[in-house]
Design a protein around this ligand. Structure first.
Ligand code: YH5
Length: 274
């Protein structure tokens, strides 16, 4: 059992992905979008997601940033709606301090920041809110991060970055025991870097903090299997199992049911081996 302040996590746990970027919906209607999001969240909760991660800023390679008001308009109604239909824990996938504050006020209980609280006011927001926070490693910015990723030693550099970010956050008042770390699979990394990080995940348990991994449907898995994005579920599940074997506590996933089942099996085998 993992304890992050008020949040208790039976690890390994699955964080279900709920995208609320416009391109993740088939048509434009506002109520349609809200209803689709609510249904997806309810389904993921039934399938055993421990957390639902709600994000309104596309951070895929090449994506441009989203204005603050637009991100608020996308995310906050969905956080409120999901909160009203289920007790499942909600994290907000954002790098903006205002979105963090409003999402927590609307019922989210955790911050998931791909920029590791480097945005204006983000560390202070996390400190004020006193909620669990995931700090993710990224080299560069989403728009350009895949142009020329470079490391001399990817595992050591990602670990050093996460250690530096934990230190900075603790200094402004974020409790160290509320921090989760994430190597940032696909964020300013080649396929080789991504595989090397997953293979050496134990070294990324910086300051013994729990590790979250987001591998679901990402392009390294497409490269390894020669599959398009919607054909990557088995590859995603395999990567999730390997991440858990190598010490990950939380897996961020699109395919919640398959991932939950796989992790139940992995967990039973890991426990029997100890
Ligand atoms: C993550 O790893 N990732 S958003 C490209 C894809 C598929 C999926 C088809 N937020 C992470 O999910 N938060 C995202 O290619 C995240 N860790 C944490 N903590 C990107 C994403 C995706 C991108």
């Amino acid at each position: 059992m993992l304890t992050l302040g008020p949040l208790q996590i039976a690890a390994p746990a699955v964080m279900g992905i709920l995208n609320v970027t416009p391109d993740s919906f088939s048509d434009g209607g506002h109520f349609d979008n809200l209803n689709i999001a609510i249904r997806q969240a309810a389904t993921m909760a039934e399938e055993g997601a421990f957390l639902i991660d709600i994000g309104g800023e596309s951070t895929r390679p090449g994506a441009a940033s989203v204005p603050e008001q637009e991100e608020l308009d996308r995310v906050i109604p969905v956080v409120e709606a999901v909160r009203s239909i289920t007790d499942v824990a909600i994290s907000v996938d954002t790098s903006k301090a205002v979105v963090m504050r409003e999402a927590i006020a609307a019922g989210a209980c955790m911050i998931n920041d791909v920029a590791a609280l480097r945005g204006d006011g983000a560390m202070q927001a996390a400190a004020d809110l006193g909620v669990p926070v995931c700090l993710m490693h990224m080299q560069g910015k989403p728009r350009t991060m895949q142009e020329r990723p470079h490391y001399d030693d990817v595992v050591a550099e990602v670990a050093a970055f996460l250690d530096e970010r934990i230190g900075a956050c603790v200094e402004v008042g974020v409790a160290e025991d509320m921090i989760i770390v994430d190597p940032g699979f696909g964020f300013g990394k080649t396929h080789v870097h991504n595989v090397e990080l997953l293979a050496n995940l134990r070294q990324l348990r910086v300051r013994e903090r729990p590790v979250l991994v987001g591998v679901s449907r990402k392009s390294t898995l497409g490269k390894l299997t020669d599959r398009e994005v919607h054909e990557r579920m088995p590859a995603s599940v395999a990567a999730a199992v390997m991440a858990v074997v190598n010490g990950a506590s939380i897996i961020r996933a699109h395919d919640v049911q398959a991932t939950v089942d796989a992790l139940k099996v992995a967990r039973a085998i890991i426990e029997a081996s100890e």
